[in-house]
Design a protein around this ligand. Structure first.
Ligand SMILES: [Ca+2]
Length: 468
């Protein structure tokens, strides 16, 4: 008998963030505090018109009573406006600076907080019925040193939304790079009742949050919250936004509260991945997934975050309803300065064990592919308990006392269907399905196939099908 070949086949349907540098930039910052003219020329060499320049506003009265202000790209000053007042978008305060606010073009540079770390606020003291909302469809809003609070609860109730579907929200550029954003408050829990602070990113939006120059050390923080609907929320919709965040922290000092919600809504084109220059600390909070695309197969993956370091605590969890279909997998060494870490979402489908295996070891590939190009399909490597990232040696036939056997290592935890097949011509195959007298599974870590003696069949193979 010709020695059978060891065909082992699986058959399946079968930016660098821009930071001001050193003392030179800070000296420039200080110079801006006292500016009171109608225009200033920034260190970027560009001229900014002061925000009271009525030509820059749709109603010419940003302090007025319309509470519906809008900044557009205008010819004057190249469409650039700087603001030396506090930027409060909330209908709560009778003498409020702004109500609902939209930016559709041009550049709005917030200057407050240069030395005092003042706080641009969205929705402070507002309610669901009368929220504070910033809508950005274009243009650029440069935050600055200081802290933008969306839905802060210094007042009893708060309801704030920064909804950006186009243009750029940045703490990384402009005149004063280096602020931070808080959803809710980092000092207080959300009060009972419908309080909410949300940063919603969709469309072609670009969000660039740089490393803060002052405290706190994270560029995006989630305040203590109770979860939907009273929560601190980051929503990422679709796959076409750009999200670059230096650092993100979901942790608070209130054990009875979570640290908010990250909400991804996407279809088969995937989510916009959050890229973090430094770290994501996911100590508390909830990950909520809304998938609305075409049906997925076991092991389909989506990368939600890529960072220098991602830390996930057990108290950061998938929404219970999502956990039936999805699981989080973290890749990387978890070290600052090491390889990048990835927070990956994997669709469990009909075989959660294979899904997690391929998300971890095989680039989310299907079982019939060969992620490490060593000739052993992913499904077989999964069966063997291999990592799929190094050359895998497959077993040879052993003949003893006239009996030929083929023994495969098997991961007892690798739930999968398998069978042996033999053929005389590599065309027609005869199945040997377990349980079968020729297949010995008495050892949990291996499977031995005893080839039939005096068989005209010359070839054999192992077929692994983790899912149909
Ligand atoms: Ca392989």
């Amino acid at each position: 008998m010709k020695s059978p070949t060891t065909i082992h086949q699986h058959i399946i349907r079968a930016s660098a963030l821009l930071l001001a540098s050193g003392g030179t930039a800070l000296a420039q910052l200080n110079n801006w505090v006292g500016e009171g003219g109608a225009t200033i020329t920034g260190p970027d060499g560009l001229v900014y018109g002061k925000w009271t320049d009525s030509a820059n506003w749709d109603n010419g009265d940003p302090f007025g009573s319309s509470k519906d202000d809008r900044v557009d790209l205008v010819s004057a000053n190249g469409g650039r406006i700087w603001m030396d007042q506090e930027f409060w978008v909330t209908p709560y305060i009778p003498s409020s600076k702004l109500g609902a606010f939209s930016i559709n073009g041009g550049t709005l540079q917030l200057l407050d907080g240069v030395t005092l770390y003042k706080t641009p606020r969205v929705g402070d003291g507002a309610t669901i019925a009368n929220p504070g909302i910033v809508t950005q469809t274009g243009g650029t809003l440069y935050m600055n040193r200081g802290e933008m609070r969306i839905g802060t609860n210094i007042r009893l109730a708060s309801y704030g939304l920064y909804d950006i579907s186009g243009g750029e929200l940045s703490t990384a550029g402009g005149l004063h790079p280096g602020g931070n954003i808080v959803l809710g408050s980092r000092f207080n829990q959300f009060s009972d009742g419908p309080s909410r602070g949300e940063l919603r990113i969709s469309g072609t939006a670009v969000v660039n949050l740089a490393k803060p120059l002052g405290a706190p050390a994270q560029s995006l923080l989630f305040g203590a919250a109770h979860g939907e609907p009273e929560s601190s929320v980051l929503t990422i919709i679709g796959s076409t936004a750009t999200v670059n965040i230096d650092s993100l922290s979901m942790v608070n000092n209130y054990p009875d509260y979570n640290a908010g919600l990250i909400h991804f809504q996407f279809d088969q084109t995937g989510p916009s991945t959050i890229h973090l220059a430094r770290f994501a600390n996911l100590a508390q909070g909830v990950l909520n997934i809304d998938y609305s695309g075409t049906p997925l197969t076991t092991g389909a993956c989506f990368d939600l975050m890529i960072a220098d370091q991602i830390a996930i605590s057990p108290s950061f969890t998938l929404d219970p309803a999502d956990a039936q279909d999805w699981q989080m997998v973290k890749l990387g060494d978890g070290q600052i300065g090491g390889q990048k870490d990835t927070l990956r979402l994997v669709y469990l489908g009909s075989n959660a064990a294979y899904a997690i295996w391929t998300a971890t070891h095989a680039g989310c590939q299907k079982p019939d592919l060969d992620s490490d190009n060593d000739g052993v399909p992913n499904g077989v490597e999964f069966f063997m308990g291999q990592t799929g990232s190094s050359f895998t040696t497959t077993p040879s036939l052993v003949t003893s006392a006239g009996i030929t056997t083929w023994t495969w290592p098997r991961d007892p935890g690798a739930i999968t269907n398998y069978k042996f097949q033999m053929s005389g011509d590599l065309q027609l195959w005869t199945d040997f399905n377990p349980p079968h007298a020729s297949i010995n599974t008495s050892q949990p870590g291996q499977v031995t196939f005893t080839l039939p003696g005096n068989s005209p069949l010359k070839f054999c193979r192992l077929v692994v099908t983790p899912f149909q």
